[in-house]
Ligand binder design. Sequence first.
Ligand code: SF4
Length: 196
Amino acid sequence: MLIGILLSQNTNDKNAIRAYDNLRRAVKDISIDNILKAPLNTIMEAIKIAGMYRRRAETIKEIAQYIKKNLNGNLEQVLNLPLEEARRELLKIPGVGTKTADVILLMYANKPTFPIDTHIKRISKRLGLVCEKADYEEIRRKLMEIFNPEDYLEAHLRLIMLGRMYCKARKPECRSCPLGDICKYRRQVQQYSKYS
Ligand code: SF4
């Protein structure tokens, strides 16, 4: 899952899936030992389609080395820790940032955390849930306050869907958006068009 998330960054889903499948075939199942055994070139070739393949291949190797050396080749012990402790440990792994750590913890370890992707960040600001300058942690805390922990996964997925369907970066479709009535951005746009 960690490798899958890494491959999905800054590329579309189709290319990320193809890169993942290519890698699985090239190293004969994605495991720490197989990644460590595989030549860097083999990994680079396999994931080329996802872009930034040299840097990504190096990161994949570094991840495997780190987990082998520091975690006895097994992430499970980290995932069994309490949330914030597990998060701190995941963030020590090369290439793992806050979003990746939260996705793993929510989706794989069933921990009550809220990953913030670019859609959720944009929507939270436009709705007025957080201020324009809010950073990752502030948005995460706010959404964790608003939703019940058992709803975090569904809320996370639905907000991403809302971002793709309505709250697009360039041209949000506010008229048909189901959150239009409670949205600060839409109110501001309506006020602006009334007085201009
Ligand atoms: S009303 Fe517009 S800006 Fe507000 S959440 Fe919906 S699409 Fe985004």
